[in-house]
Write a protein that binds this ligand. Structure first.
Ligand code: T3D
Length: 262
């Protein structure tokens, strides 16, 4: 059986490629667990300074493998609350809590939970031909994998509701125009740009970048006072890092900095 997640490591970048191209990289249990192992490695391994998530073949990810949910096979209705708890939500939490940059290169259609896993990443680049589809409404489900949260926070209720209720495809360019993703790029340039971006983040002051991620995420629920306190604490930690000393020294010596992520 082929691997459902392809893993590669170079220059501080852990690249995780969803690899069920015949099914548009839709999720089965094995792929959930392999993705979780990849993000857990990113948490545990100090050599990993940034993560790049992408898909094999023409799609990024079509969400849940619906072949595994075929009601015609009989049996009781599945407990989808349980599958979210067991499979989707742990991966969402690992991505959001990882204090290292996660870049997502959306190489093709991103539907259902596939779209929302992309949106959980820190910087999303998408091929211009890619589309984001909140496909849940087509099959009687609700937006999961954090979609009801991220769509609403990023886009506001009017656009979040329209996308979720209609399941209308959103082009990559429109997603970028709306601020849902960072950039839509020419298809042929996607992986070069995503690789270059992730490598440059991995070579950066990743301790400070991780703290920055924590701050931006906390801002959504913190009051200004809470956020000012958190900025103080994070700046205190950043100010004690070797990377800060190196950054200032490199500036004064007029040379590129050599950051170590600590
Ligand atoms: O169940 C739980 O645990 C709860 C969690 C749910 C999370 C969810 O993600 S629910 C939403 C599930 N996803 C969908 O509803 C999307 C289903 N797919 C599509 O609507 C379309 O495939 C796309 C719009 C994504 C792409 O359309 P198109 O025309 O480019 O490709 P296609 O021809 O439909 O698909 C190509 C192949 O991939 C095809 O297989 P075949 O006929 O060549 O053998 C198709 O069946 C397969 N495929 C695509 N999506 C899925 C899939 N197979 C299984 N599950 C899929 N989700």
């Amino acid at each position: 059986m082929s691997e459902t997640i392809l893993t590669a490591f170079a220059d501080g970048v852990l690249t995780l490629t969803l690899n069920r191209p015949d099914k548009l990289n839709s999720f089965n249990e094995d792929m959930h667990l392999a993705l979780r192992a990849g993000f857990q490695r990113a948490h545990d391994d100090a050599q990993v300074r940034a993560v790049l998530l992408t898909g094999a073949g023409r799609g990024f990810c079509a969400g849940q493998d619906l072949g595994d949910r075929d009601p015609r096979k009989g049996g009781p209705a599945p407990d989808l609350g349980e599958t979210l708890d067991r499979f989707y939500n742990p991966n969402l939490r690992l991505i959001r809590s990882l204090e290292k940059p996660v870049v997502c290169a959306v190489n093709g259609v991103a539907a259902g939970a596939g779209a929302n896993i992309a949106l959980a990443c820190d910087i999303v680049l998408a091929a211009k031909s890619a589309k984001f589809i909140q496909a849940f409404a087509r099959i009687g489900l609700i937006p999961d994998a954090g979609g009801s949260w991220s769509l609403t926070r990023i886009l506001g209720e009017p656009r979040a509701k329209a996308l979720a209720l209609t399941a209308e495809p959103l082009t990559a360019e429109k997603a970028a125009e709306w601020g849902l993703i960072w950039k839509a790029v020419d298809d042929g340039a996607l992986m070069d740009q995503a690789n270059a971006l992730t490598r440059s983040l991995a070579a950066g002051p990743t301790l400070g970048l991780g703290l920055t991620k924590r701050l931006v995420q906390a801002a959504a629920t913190n009051s200004l006072d809470e956020q000012l306190d958190l900025e103080r604490d994070c700046q205190q930690a950043a100010g004690r890092s070797a990377d800060y000393a190196e950054g200032v020294t490199a500036f004064l010596e007029k040379r590129p900095a050599r950051f170590q992520g600590k």
